[in-house]
Write a protein that binds this ligand. Sequence first.
Ligand code: ARG
Ligand code: ZN
Length: 880
Amino acid sequence: MRPETAVAIRLEDYASAPYRIDTVDLDIQLNPRAATITARLAISRQDGTPEGTDLVLDGDALELFGLAIDGLPLTQDRYTVTPDKLTLNEVPTHPFVLEIVTRINPDANTELMGLYRSSGTYCTQCEAEGFRCITYFLDRPDVLSVYTTRIEARKGEAPVLLGNGNLIQSGDLPGTDRHFAVWHDPHPKPSYLFAMVAGDLAHVADTFVTSSGREVDLKIYVEHGRENRCAWAMDSLKRSMKWDEEVFGCEYDLDIFNIVAVSDFNMGAMENKGLNIFNDKYVLADPETATDQDYANIEAVIAHEYFHNWTGNRITCRDWFQLCLKEGLTVFRDQEFSSNMRSRPVKRISDVRLLKSHQFPEDAGPLAHPVRPRKYTEINNFYTATVYEKGAEVVRMLKTLLGPDGFRKGMDLYFERHDGEATTIEAFLACFSEATSTDLGQFARWYEQAGTPQVDVKSQYNAASGDLTLEINQMISPLPGQPSSDPSVIPLRFGLIGPNGDDMPPSSVTGAKVQGDVLILEDKTQSVTFSGLPSKPVLSLLRGFSAPVQLEAHQSADDLLFLARQDCDPFNRWQALQTRATQDLISLAAKAVANQPLKADPQLVDAFGDVLTNEDLDPAFRALALQLPSEADLARDTGMNVDPDAISAARSTLRKALGSAHANAFKSAMSNRPTGTFSPDAANAGQRALANQALGYYAASGENDIEAVLTNAFDRADNMTDLIAALTLLVHDGLPSAEQRLEAFRKRHEDTSLAMDKWFMVQATAALADGLERVKALTAHPLFDFANPNRVRSLVHAFATGNPTQFARIDGSGFEFVADNVIAIDQRNPQVASRLLTCFRSWRAYEKTRSAHAEAQLLRISSAEKLSRDSRDIVERCLQ
Ligand code: ARG
Ligand code: ZN
């Protein structure tokens, strides 16, 4: 385990590395409990480094077995070793070869960082700082080297040996049971992109011909017996390769592209050059075991990792503060890809929902940080929704401000100017600024300031003059370490809707820059006047969610319902109904707190009914529009004094009202499912989503055949989407046949761990009175495994984030259970533990009994006898 004492690393302290490492030759001798790594590093002094400067290499719990310079073993006085550093003194003044021999234990590696074994397969994860768990190195992204990797293993144990780049040699070792392979990657890369895999794996193969006519061999490696679940991932890969050529002009640059799916992986996937390694949940799919959401996720993650080849690998980050340079940009690219493959408005709504449910709370609490942080103690804790999702929003705003052509010019210049470099956000922005002659000085604040800007808009219409005036105010609430902030550039896409539902173009706009239908806000307060409006328009602001802000437009309930029915912008149509429902639910929750009777607003109930039956709308859109704000969304919008039980009561009141008011319409919608063979495409998935949404409301209708309808839906389901939808309702509503169907599901799927993850998750998120006890019991289930991150996430993490009333039980027992797990998991896998710990980040927003319980648990964690740097960092920031 890494040292627990942590020093803060600061952006302002960046200094380039004193030495370069031009080539890295690795020889990796694999054995389950002792892998020996011989690294030969061609090292030279950087210009400007004084002679005799110590060479300080990073290491992490390594056993050092040999050290030589230019073939001569080093005597003890030439170096010092600490748990995390190897320091060489009297370093030659001329270029030299440093040879290091280290030994590690792949089987004992429970952190899943560096080289480890997952279900018998040796694999690596080096981002961010995992390479130092393999050998001593300048383990920082601005040190780029050409790697040659020789891998040797027992042939029976690991018939497949994979590395970055191209295979240049392979063979058996005569007289032994071992064999080897040598891989060479001609592209200089940082150590975090190093990878190797060795195991007994099956594969599927395909080819892709690039725009310049080169044929690329594509292979996806999986455990034997899983080959028939790779077709969708392969198809997604080929579509990604083609799309990146067409939309960004990016062509693949090696003759081989390999993907390996492993079952124990801390994150989603990793873009190692030419050898992507994936959490198998983002590769494996068939209709029996994967939902439509799984198919969509696979498409997006395959694309994301592939797109990193240009945005991340060929152009990488100078330091880890620049993480958003590759991640925000690459998320933007994968979102655009999915939008092109599917329905753009539906994709946009889904992405914004995710942003609001994950990133907004992060940005409003103790873990808030700028898209480009200035300080960290553990970089693994900065793979956050802010860096990824808000980072993507910032790139999207850049495109909105510069227009599609300006944006493409900037990207072209970026690829041309920085190919082969490790660079910064400043350099990235400079490309857009120069390519379009635009000053992006103020825009850069989006990377520097934490917090979601709140935009408050008050409007006044003057019938005599035909003017509409908006008083617009933007501000970011004070945050830890950020008491004040400066105004951001906010592109606000707008429409002024006339009584017939059509947009009314104003004759002129004063008080803000306007580009087409986008107002560009730059000041703290602005007064904007639209002229030439014959009647009072209904305002549609922030169309398409053109900026990651929290908008308060003070619109009447009637205006919101008008927008929900009339806005030509599908995003705002969705948003208006959500806003209206949120208002109603928050006021219902306040009544619940005051023990008053709860009754849903009939107008709102009608509006949802209209969405359900509006055949002009895409089913996928309708399914999303019918989805009520989640309990977490409502907690966030409530602000302080959150009572999850009241929120839950409010939400189920509205669900029941909707279910019973429209029971017949839901009943007919739920049987309108795609026919014929299963297809995961957007149209079929949308139809299933609507049918299952309808099934859910029918379950809340109070009709007396509900259980029969649900068991029937379960029994007849011929795909995982429908099966899990029915099972979820049976379990969550605590119906008597739930147990038997859970058992049927287990029997059918117990050999498929990704399907069993869903089985655990359904139970983890059941808001039943004994929900916590069930989850506790499940941690003792024979199929539960603390060593498997997906399983931990599907039970403990799903409980903490998806079961708000049980997690935040008034007696504190839900918090205590999760804290116990954080402490236990931390011993084995700090990254999984610290991620789980972030579920406490909004603890101060609870009403006082719950927040006191949460604080007590955070204090207990912080005083745990042994705590990783990862968890220590999160717990301390939560408590600050
Ligand atoms: N770069 C990977 C991606 O595509 C994520 C790697 C995360 N690794 C970590 N140690 N946090 O998003
Ligand atoms: Zn990424």
